[in-house]
Design a protein around this ligand. Structure first.
Ligand code: PMP
Length: 396
């Protein structure tokens, strides 16, 4: 059978997270591994009411095929929200509803990447993006991100030798590291790409989940003609409907529509109508505040526990929002080896390797705080601290 598989799929890294989630099914294991939003905040009752109302209003039309662009009232809602929350002028005609923002990544790869084309990628970066783009067999041009965003000296070195067609960024509360790009960093990145034949992707599923610090400028504001925005209802409403969107300039949108039609004709009309009804009848900002208050508290609890239980030589990010933080082990200790020890201590996380397109045995790890309460965080981080100390002792 192996000889039948297309080269494009053989090159794609398997999702390590799926393997880890199998381990995490054991209830005695504390998991900081999953990247899931907390189900406690899924508005199940409200969505049930919205479903009934949508049926009462539209009947069987809810169940019919629909337009590839997506449900116009939902696109209008998204456009209005860009104006209200970020002061961005986005026309509903520039918005394509996708089956999760993950599909936006695939469509962009399909439309823009020939084999061997340059793709500027954050390192570490979202592994689902590495996976989605790998199908199109680009040349990954990795640029490190630090606490302020892309490392500009490294970006300059890469751009001196490469001409990427696509640049992929998660500038707000990045998955996996939790870091955000500063305004100065965004301006510096935009300056480097302005006027070049390159599309910048601002993937922003976590932007609404800010629990500290102040808002920053969108790349769409800095580089309007070259930026594609990706958005998602997964983190602020529910992920199960698979509803996201992208915002793209007209010429690109025409090609994306062809790719969308070829892929799945359109995203579920049914779920679009339900979410639109939900958004009409509920205060989404109040809902987001509830999520943000919880995640902010959990993030602070995790940092406080790390201060107590981790050796001082372990470094970690201090996110202003989102669902993740990122730790770096001392002396090149392997996070994959730590994972083995941590499973023995009944705690799991995601080792850094899958977040790089080109690295093994990294010393970094992702910890998710979205689905764990303060007491669990305390116990889990204490166990992880113990595992780290054991490894450090074994090394010395
Ligand atoms: N981009 C990033 C950075 C993500 O973290 C995720 C989800 N983990 C996605 C895109 C995909 O989200 P969805 O398809 O659910 O909108």
């Amino acid at each position: 059978m192996d000889s039948l598989f297309a080269d494009r799929i053989n090159d794609v890294p398997r999702s390590f997270i799926r393997e880890i989630l199998k381990v995490a099914l054991d209830p005695s294991i504390i998991s900081f591994a999953g990247g899931l939003p907390n189900r406690d905040f899924f508005p199940a009752d409200e969505l049930q009411q919205a479903t009934q109302k949508a049926f009462a209003h539209s009947g069987k039309d809810l169940l019919q095929y629909s337009s590839s662009e997506g449900f116009l009232p939902l696109r209008q809602w998204i456009a209005d929200r860009y104006r209200q929350t970020q002061g961005l002028e986005v026309s509903p005609d520039s918005i394509l509803i996708t089956s999760g923002s993950q599909q936006g990544l695939d469509l962009l790869g399909k439309v823009l990447l020939n084999e061997g084309d340059g793709l500027l990628m954050e390192a570490p970066g979202y592994l689902g993006a590495i996976q989605a783009f790998s199908i199109y067999r680009p040349e990954f041009i990795n640029v490190a991100v630090d606490g302020l965003g892309m490392v500009i000296e490294e970006l300059d070195r890469r751009l001196a030798n490469h001409s990427p067609k696509l640049a992929y960024t998660v500038p707000n509360f990045q998955n996996p590291s939790g870091i955000s790009y500063s305004d100065a960093n965004r301006e510096a990145v935009a300056d480097r790409l302005r006027g070049k034949p390159c599309v910048l992707i601002e993937d922003n599923p976590y932007g609404d989940l800010r629990f500290s610090g102040s808002p920053t400028r969108s790349f769409y504001d800095l580089l309007p003609d070259q930026t594609v925005l990706l958005g998602s209802f997964s983190k602020c409403v529910i992920p199960g409907f698979r509803l996201g969107w992208l915002v793209a300039p007209d010429a690109l949108m025409q090609k994306l529509l062809v790719a969308k039609q070829a892929t799945d004709l359109h995203t579920s009309h049914f779920t679009q109508c339900i979410v639109h009804q939900y958004l009409q009848d509920n205060d989404i900002d109040a809902h987001i505040r509830t999520i943000v208050d919880a995640y902010g508290g959990q993030c602070r609890a995790m940092i406080a526990a790390m201060e107590r239980h981790f050796p001082a030589s372990v470094h970690y990010t201090r996110p202003d929002g989102g669902m993740f933080l990122w730790a770096t082990l001392p002396d090149g200790l392997s996070a994959m080896a730590l994972f083995e020890e941590a499973v023995k201590q009944q705690v799991v996380f995601v080792p850094g390797d899958p977040f790089y397109s080109d690295r093994e045995n990294s010393s970094t790890l992702r910890l998710s705080f979205s689905c764990v309460d303060d007491d669990t965080i305390e116990v889990g981080i204490e166990r992880l601290g113990l595992a780290i100390k054991k490894m450090m002792e074994a090394q010395s």
